[in-house]
Design a protein around this ligand. Structure first.
Ligand code: TMP
Length: 254
C-alpha cells in the first residue's frame, strides 16, 4: 500500500502527489476498459509497457520542441509528471478510417483519408465523451480559440512525427487520442501535452499484415493482447530489461 496521497484515479492510471510541489506521480495500472467502461479486464504487464512506451514517445516529442508534462520515469509502473490543469477535451487525430469514424459514416475500416482529420470530444465519462465542435469548446469556456489553434498545430505536428517514427518500424499510425493541460509557471500559462501515448490510445496496424497491435485486440476480443503491446515496445527498441519476465515483477510503490 502506498502512503502517498492519491489525487485522482482514472480507468488505466492513478495520480499521486509528487515529491515536490507542482509534480505528480503517474502510476500505470494493468486495468483495461472499453466502450466507456462497459467492458472491463486486465492486460497483464500493460502498465509496465505503457509506462515505458509513453516515456519514450513523450521524450521524442519533447525533442521536436513540443512541451509535455513528462519529467522522468521513476520505476516500472510510475513516472514523474508536472501537475497541469487538464483541458477537458480529447483530441483525436485520424489518418485511416477506423473505430467510431467507420461506424458513424458507414465507411469501411482501412479506407485511407485524403487528409488527416482532427476531432474533439468532451472528456466526461457520465456522458460517454460526446463529440464537440470548436463552437461548443469556446462557448462553454473549456478552451479559447487561441488555445485550440495551438492544440491543433501541436496535434498535427505530433501526427506527422509519430507517423514517420512508427512507419520506420513497420507500423501504420491509424489514429490516436491526445490530451493537453495548462502549465502555470512564473505567472505564465503554457499548453503542454499530458496524459499518455500508448497502444491504449492509439490504433497501430502492422504495415505488411495489417494486424492490429493496440487496444482494439482487447475491445474486439482478438486475443494476444499482451503480445501486441510487447511487440510495439520491442520494435521501438524499449522492451523492459530482462524481457517479458520483468513485467510480472513486484509492483510495490517505493
Ligand atoms: P474511436 O474511433 O473509438 O473514436 O477512437 C479514436 C482513437 O482514440 C483510438 O485510437 C482510440 C482512442 N480513444 C481513447 O484513447 N479513449 C477513448 O475514450 C476513445 C473513445 C478513443
Amino acid at each position: 500500500m502506498s502512503r502517498r496521497k492519491q489525487v485522482y484515479e482514472g480507468k488505466a492510471k492513478v495520480l499521486f502527489e509528487g515529491p515536490e510541489p507542482g509534480t505528480l506521480v503517474q502510476y500505470f495500472k494493468d486495468d483495461a476498459t472499453a466502450f466507456n467502461n462497459q467492458k472491463k479486464g486486465t492486460i497483464t504487464g500493460k502498465g509496465v509497457l505503457n509506462n515505458r512506451i509513453s516515456e519514450f514517445l513523450m521524450m521524442k516529442i519533447a525533442e521536436i520542441g513540443i512541451p509535455t508534462h513528462f519529467v522522468r520515469r521513476l520505476n516500472m509502473r510510475e513516472q514523474l509528471v508536472r501537475q497541469v490543469e487538464i483541458i477537458p477535451i480529447e483530441v483525436v487525430v485520424r489518418n485511416v478510417v477506423a473505430g467510431s469514424l467507420a461506424k458513424r459514416f458507414g465507411i469501411a475500416e482501412g479506407t485511407a483519408l485524403p487528409r488527416s482529420i482532427v476531432e474533439y470530444y468532451y472528456k466526461k465519462d457520465e456522458l460517454g465523451d460526446p463529440m464537440v465542435s470548436e463552437e461548443h469548446i469556446t462557448a462553454f469556456g473549456w478552451a479559447t480559440t487561441q488555445d485550440l489553434d495551438d492544440i491543433m498545430q501541436m496535434s498535427l505536428r505530433i501526427n506527422d512525427f509519430l507517423s514517420g517514427l512508427f512507419l520506420g518500424i513497420g507500423i501504420k499510425l491509424v489514429d490516436f487520442k491526445l490530451e493537453f493541460g495548462r502549465l502555470y509557471q512564473n505567472d505564465e500559462m503554457r499548453l503542454v501535452l499530458a496524459d499518455e501515448i500508448s497502444p491504449d490510445n492509439c490504433r497501430l496496424w502492422d504495415t505488411k499484415t495489417h494486424e492490429k497491435m493496440d487496444k482494439d485486440r482487447f475491445r474486439q476480443d482478438l486475443g494476444r493482447v499482451e503480445e501486441a503491446y510487447q511487440e510495439v515496445a520491442r520494435r521501438l527498441g524499449i522492451l523492459p530489461e530482462g524481457g517479458p519476465g520483468d513485467l510480472k515483477g513486484p509492483q510495490t510503490v517505493q
